[in-house]
Design a protein around this ligand. Sequence first.
Ligand code: ASP
Length: 326
Amino acid sequence: MQKVVQDVVQEVVQQGRLKVVILGTGGTIAGTAAQAGDTIGYTAGQVGVAALVAAVPMLAGEALESEQVAQLDSKDMTHAVWLALAQRVEAHLARPEVAGVVITHGTDTLEETAYFLHRVVDASRKPVVLCAAMRPATALSADGPQNLLDAVQLARTEGAAGVMAVLAGSVHAAADVRKVHPYRADAFSSGDAGVVAHIEAGRVRRHRPWPEAAGSGSRRLRADPELWPRVEIVTSHAGARGTLVAALQAAGVDGIVVAATGNGSLHHELEAALVAAQQAGVRVLRSTRCLDGAVLDAGTEVLSSAGALTPVKARIALLLDLMTGG
Ligand code: ASP
């Protein structure tokens, strides 16, 4: 009986009858400029997600559904949008006729939204795929349509799971992806971990296992994002002082992530202020300013390290830890 059900599901997948739900949040992929040659003076988050889908001829006739969750430049991403997005993703993943969910997003904070969803949404059985573009929808060589097509392809791929991002033909795991270039179309990297797969001519060429799912459900989050713990990021640098840390403490922060130098080392003045903040009850996490690699602990450190998490992802990890207790 189970075999029959599996065969039917496989046939449905092969025939493309399972749906992919595309959630729009804005970004450059939905951006417009007055002239086709303009790839920097544009406004992000202008075109609705249904129009983005309609602009890809190869998606015509596919089993797709779209929904606009937000319409913003992702530099302005909020915790409220994250909560709404997590809830909509969960609702669609729970539908038996849905193969996976695609999210159109801005590139600026894509890695943060991806990591947040990775930690919150249970994507162990179906994939959640973020896609974006470095050039607006009106550009001569817009990259959004191909990225969207690749994302839908990945969301339909049998056996795929986990939260991922697709840009310029590369598939990145949410835990590893980061934006590394402010302009070029191939602007993302997975650092030391390497990409999960490449998508070439509609085919997924996988290099390592699908990312493990780590989400424990949005119901564990506080319903009012205004009441989420406040976690800020400070940077250790030449001439650093403790004044910023003291100001954050005075403002009532719950946690501080420090983007430390090298292997998690800190300017001694900043370190003294962070240790004092920790003693006063503020949670402190050390990450590294380095683009790749992880903070390796000797085991004697007073301030915990964030391992391989970048500062912006360490902020999310600490935020969730403070809110849900791990
Ligand atoms: N500022 C834009 C955004 O993140 C940049 C982009 O999407 O490429 O929404």
